[in-house]
Design a binder for this molecule. Structure first.
Ligand SMILES: Cc1cc2nc3c(=O)[nH]c(=O)nc-3n(C[C@H](O)[C@H](O)[C@H](O)COP(=O)(O)O)c2cc1C
Length: 283
């Protein structure tokens, strides 16, 4: 194990480790405006959702590591505390990256990066028309995390309007992640893309507590053909058949094991336990 004492590393070296480790990060593509009406558009991956009631997300335009100056986005928000957070999908990723260039303050990155301004309903900064989801926000508070180069500034943005392109919705008006085609930032120049192939489901533990790994029958807990993920799925049921709790002198054929694994791959834990129960019943 490499153990790092954060106070012993330079900000640049820390950045490499932490941005690679705390990833993937969603991208807040923020449009802001200053008091003179200059529009700005910049991406921030120090970003997430932190509250549902009220709905608040936070992003952080940091002080530049290079020269400890502040970003135009932050300066604008101090003048006009409103922004639109535009969600970034794969089709926009190269233009979004272009918008992160350090253009002078009076340069509008909508024009530089080739995006279309769409008027907002509530706030002054415009929306990115190409973005599949646009969040109109009122900034409630800005919390400075320090005065040194690299220090963050937490922008607490309350989401007031959500605009969603119908093309990313399913028939129940819910967002379909495969249609949304999100991108996210990792360390250095790496990004990731949410594709149909990269998506998988993990069943939520329901209100009944899962039995836990410690309560799995030994012949399951110690089975070399089941992965820890599969054992975790099997341990996430609220009860198992009584006879399985005590009967440990049982075995599962390779064929049954394949069926159990198939059921777990389909997130059908009930079926997996049924197969275990029936195939060990008379042993
Ligand atoms: C995908 C991506 C994510 C970024 N995330 C951040 C971030 O979280 N905080 C930050 O200060 N800069 C971040 N940057 C760099 C800013 O976008 C860049 O400094 C930008 O020019 C700031 O523009 P402004 O001075 O017009 O506000 C990111 C850049 C990219 C491409």
């Amino acid at each position: 194990m490499l153990t790092i004492h954060t106070e012993e590393l330079s900000t640049q070296a820390l950045q490499q480790y932490l941005q690679a480790a705390i990833a993937p990060r969603p991208i807040c593509f923020a449009s802001t405006i200053d008091l003179k009406g200059n529009v700005n558009l910049s991406p921030f991956s120090f970003f997430n959702l932190f509250s549902m009631n009220p709905p608040v997300c936070i992003f952080s335009p940091s002080r530049r590591v290079r020269d400890n100056t502040t970003k135009h986005t932050l300066d604008n928000l101090k003048e006009v505390p409103e922004c639109v957070i535009n969600i970034v999908n794969y089709n926009m990723v190269q233009q979004m990256s272009l918008a992160s260039c350090e253009y002078p303050k009076d340069v509008n990155e909508f024009i530089k990066a080739g995006f279309t301004e769409a008027p907002s309903e509530l706030v002054k900064p415009p929306r990115v028309a190409e973005s599949p989801i646009q969040l109109e926000c009122i900034v409630q508070e800005i919390i400075s995390l320090g005065e040194k180069a690299g220090a963050g500034n937490l922008v607490l943005a309350e989401i007031k309007r959500i605009h969603i392109n119908e093309a990313v919705l399913d028939e129940n008006k819910k967002i379909n992640p495969a249609k949304l085609d999100l991108v996210a930032r990792l360390g250095e120049d790496w990004y990731t893309r949410v594709t149909e192939q990269s998506l998988f489901k993990v069943e939520k533990p329901n209100t009944n507590l899962g039995i836990g790994m410690d309560q799995l029958p030994a012949f399951i807990r110690n089975h070399s053909l089941l992965s820890n993920n599969e054992k975790g799925q099997l341990a996430n049921v609220s009860a198992i058949p009584e006879q399985l709790k005590t009967n440990n002198h049982v075995s599962l054929s390779d064929e049954k094991m394949r069926e159990i694994k198939d059921a777990l791959r389909e997130n059908n834990t009930t079926l997996a336990w049924k197969i275990i129960e029936t195939s060990t019943a008379h042993q």
